[in-house]
Design a protein around this ligand. Structure first.
Ligand code: AMP
Ligand code: MG
Length: 291
């Protein structure tokens, strides 16, 4: 009799048949092709079809991916050549913090940091909008995660009319130029939009206001922002249509299910890091010398 232990893992867990296939599925399914016109109505926040397993299976795959990420980060740090910038944008409760916590949990703290961009300070407002952004970018060997970013200057700023249209309109091209410069100087840029539905946001805001462990995150501002949902979606659609480029692509990740969102982000990051074909540097030590 063949015990469960002897059966190939792939027949017990069909989703394991090909981790590479999962990867290809995610990367292609959710990438915004440069110059394509995005209508968010066609991007389902509840989609989970690129993975055939269930939530518990996803957790196992995620564990593997986070271990892979940790190994890739070590080579990235040792090689000291590439810089990695990962941008997260989402509506309130979209899950930026949760994604960062789950996907990057195995990373060595010395090689990664998170920059959160809030309402600009008076000093920041006295400079151009990229001033505070540029100085937070990654150095060689580092991974930097942006929790919100310069895209707020095309989203909140547009929706709330904080600057005139002729000012924010120019920013699509300015941001593309800025990101191209970073890419040409050795930065790999990956941009994620965590796509939650308006219905899911309602549920999450309710949870936030009722759960004492989540209430601290709740801001009355979230409710007034929610009223502007349609305006935000329009602004996001323009962002995706005009700033997804070969050197800094956007991924629109279904985010109504946290486990699927995490799997998706982890897979896309692993794929991007693998493509860099990083190598440990040659040792500088003379091996023939006695230690
Ligand atoms: P949170 O990330 O939920 O803590 O909120 C940060 C707040 O800062 C959000 O309401 C953003 O819209 C706001 N914010 C971030 N960047 C900018 C910006 N450049 N201009 C105006 N508001 C911004
Ligand atoms: Mg908030």
């Amino acid at each position: 009799m063949v015990s469960k232990k002897d059966t190939p893992a792939a027949s017990r867990f069909p989703w394991m048949i090909c981790c590479e296939c999962i990867m290809i599925n995610f990367v292609h399914r959710y990438k915004v092709e440069p110059k394509s016109k995005v209508s968010l109505r066609r991007w389902e926040p509840g989609d989970h079809r690129a993975f055939s397993g269930e939530k518990k299976d996803a957790e196992r795959v995620l564990l593997k991916l986070t271990e892979q990420l940790s190994q890739l980060q070590e080579v990235l740090y040792a090689e000291h050549k590439h810089k990695i910038l990962i941008i997260f944008q989402a509506m309130d409760t979209g899950g930026k913090d949760g994604t960062i916590k789950a996907v990057f949990r195995e990373m060595a703290p010395q090689g990664i940091h998170v920059s959160s961009f809030k309402v600009p300070t008076a000093e920041e407002l006295d400079h151009d909008y990229l001033w505070r952004i540029h100085k937070c970018g990654p150095a060689k060997g580092e991974i930097v995660l942006f929790n919100r970013s310069h895209y707020e200057d095309l989203l909140t700023v547009r929706v709330h009319q904080l600057v005139p249209e002729d000012v924010w309109r120019k920013r699509f091209a300015q941001i593309n130029d800025f990101e191209r410069m970073l890419a040409e100087e050795g930065t790999t840029i990956i941009k994620f939009y965590l796509n939650i539905s308006k219905k899911e946001q309602k549920k999450r805001l309710q949870e936030r206001s009722e759960d004492p462990t989540k209430r601290w995150k709740f801001s009355p501002n979230d409710l007034s922002e929610r009223k502007l949902w349609e305006e935000y979606m329009k602004a996001y659609e323009d962002v995706f249509s005009l700033t997804s480029t070969a050197y800094a692509p956007w991924y629109i990740v279904p985010a109504d299910r946290n486990w699927y969102r995490n799997l998706c982000v982890a897979t896309i990051v692993v794929d991007a890091l693998k493509k860099l074909k990083m190598k440990y540097p040659r040792p500088r030590l003379n091996r023939h010398r006695q230690v």
